[in-house]
Design a binder for this molecule. Sequence first.
Ligand SMILES: [Zn+2]
Length: 201
Amino acid sequence: MFYCENCNLQNQTNRCAKCGRKNLRQVQAEDFCFFRRLPANKAENLKATLEAKGIGCALLPYGTGLRSRVGMKLEDCLVFVQYHGLAYVEDLFLQEENAKMQALLQAIQPNVGKLHVLPKDEKHIRRKLRMHPTEDLLELCKSVVLSANKVFDGGEISYELQDEECFNPDAVLGHYCCLSNGQHEVWLNSVSMRVYKVVKI
Ligand SMILES: [Zn+2]
């Protein structure tokens, strides 16, 4: 593994994938390598966790100049981790993401009976998937949800996007979730279980 001092980036070859610099040196255990961009509070927690384990971590605030000029707290940080701790932190994040994914699946799958599609969405989805009129869209969605091996949180459903079933301003709006079984993706509201979109992969 090689290291670019311009970019603080580890590289597979001796040419930097980001800036193109050539003849990179071998990476050293102490070199700070780019890990990822994280929200500032999460980045600060991670830094404390890593430093307690003897792994150096450096944070670089990341945001627009305007935000910092008006004195607002920058939202994100670029996180750099010493090369010797990189495998550890990558594993830490993988475990965390897997745990989140499992929790989301376990919250959604028992509610599979509540899955529904509004008629206007059904028409659109059927056309996109070129479904035969005898094929059951809801059955397809159920089977994708129950056999899903990947799920991600698409973020909170905003009031602007809420639909007719959520006229009540106190209604829990839920999150958009996308579940995939490798063949189809089903996008739904994790609370109402309304299906918005189905995509063939
Ligand atoms: Zn570079």
